[in-house]
Design a protein around this ligand. Structure first.
Ligand code: NAG
Ligand code: NAG
Ligand code: NAG
Ligand code: NAG
Length: 359
């Protein structure tokens, strides 16, 4: 059965050289979950009494860019990478949409090595459905939409000629890793994700900044021309400097400019509920790796990432049923591992784990 609708948005279709084909897709999902009535509940309702919860039962479309090698490797393992961006980003984090930065595309890098991917936009973000009320955009709804997409990829054909995938490997960045963690907590042993590669996320990332605030303003106040009609609970982050290493020689200043120019929105809940990453994924049974940038000003501040063995032990405790748990610190990389001069090392690392997790 073909459940997916191909949307032809021609200027968004991309081809990397001759070896890789990419198509925009829209995946319809049905979400029926409970969310906290208070969107700033740091545990996203997982620790709430039922009187503090409300139900969200809705249909959404999740947008994504699917890329696959033009000639699939003869030893096609049926593995798909599901790429999940962080807050105020979109699928473009995995493939910056300008020629100058094409070699910063993880999508292209992995595709050239035989690995297909689907980079989605979160519910509420980019070209996915944006609920009118930002308080419907919370970890439970966004996470359920993500799991639904992963499940459908295993049962249905994404596009004509593309059979369902056998294994879905989730690769997250920052709050995208938080979403995959939330989904692993909720789905447990029934998770549609065979393995998780969680980048730029630790279980105690510190208190999230408050929003709206001068650093995290309402999107409609920040950019009225583009977002003036949005509910004020949709926020954005105009200053991206914390996402890069402190050393200005470690990244292209033009990349930071491009990053600010292409930023998107998040919701107050998606910022506030990052506390979910401090909870254990008791029943998730696939292998898990965390990949951090040693120069991440946000996650690795105060030399927190120097003692890798201790950090790995502390984080591994939260994944008691995982087939394996590893933690890797890439020296030099910042929070946005994909966007600085150390990106090639990050890409090599992600691909090596995908290969390890897809025997
Ligand atoms: C949930 O309800 C119990 C019993 O009524 C109460 O003790 C507890 O504090 C409540 N928890 C929260 C998070 O409100
Ligand atoms: C958004 O939804 C919440 C929960 O149903 C409700 O309390 C709030 O009033 C809604 N906001 C708007 C602007 O409709
Ligand atoms: C962005 O934030 C950094 C601190 O993280 C600060 O040093 C810098 O001045 C800010 N840039 C702008 C344009 O506000
Ligand atoms: C892309 O190319 C530029 C210029 O050669 C280089 O500085 C940068 O590190 C490259 N990025 C990646 C991810 O390979």
């Amino acid at each position: 059965m073909l459940l997916y609708t191909l949307v032809v948005i021609s200027h968004l279709s991309v081809t990397f050289g001759a070896s890789c084909n990419c198509s925009p897709v829209l995946v319809p999902v049905h979400v029926d979950v409970v969310v906290p009535k208070d969107p700033t509940d740091v545990f996203a309702g997982l620790k709430s009494n039922s009187s503090d919860l409300r139900r969200v039962d809705d249909n959404y479309n999740i947008y994504g860019v699917f890329c696959q090698p033009e000639i699939m490797p003869s030893r096609n393992t049926g593995v798909l990478q599901l790429l999940v961006h962080g807050i105020t980003y979109t699928n473009q984090y995995w493939s910056p949409s300008v020629e100058e930065f094409q070699n910063y595309s993880y999508t292209a890098y992995s595709c050239e090595r035989g690995l297909p991917s689907l980079a989605i936009d979160w519910l509420g973000v980019g070209l996915s459905t944006r609920p009118a009320n930002s308080s419907d955009v919370q970890y439970p709804t966004v996470g359920a939409a993500l799991s639904q997409v992963a499940r459908q990829l295993k049962t249905d054909s994404l596009l004509p000629g593309v059979p369902p995938f056998r294994k879905i490997i989730g690769i997250g960045h920052s709050a995208g890793s938080g979403l995959l963690t939330f989904a692993a907590i909720v789905d447990g042993a029934r998770s549609p994700f065979a393995a998780l590669i969680l980048t730029s996320a630790l279980s105690d990332a510190g208190a999230a900044p408050m929003a709206p605030s001068p650093i995290i303003p309402s999107a409609r106040e920040d950019t009225p021309l583009r977002w003036g009609a949005l509910d004020p609970g949709y926020i954005t982050a105009p200053n991206r400097s914390i996402f890069y290493p402190a050393d200005p020689a470690a990244f292209s200043p033009r990349m930071q400019f491009f990053d600010a120019f292409t930023r998107d929105v998040g919701s107050i809940a998606m910022l506030a509920q990052t506390g979910v990453v401090s909870l254990a994924a008791q029943h998730y049974s696939g292998p898990v790796v965390k990949v951090l940038g040693g120069e991440d000003q946000f996650i690795c501040a105060d030399q927190r990432c120097e003692d890798v063995a201790a950090l790995s032990a502390a984080e591994g405790v939260l994944w008691p049923a995982a087939e394996s748990f590893e933690l890797v610190v890439l020296n030099g990389g910042g929070h946005d591992l994909n966007l600085d001069f150390f990106a090639a090392e990050a890409f090599r690392t992600f691909v090596s784990f995908v290969q390890k997790f897809s025997p």
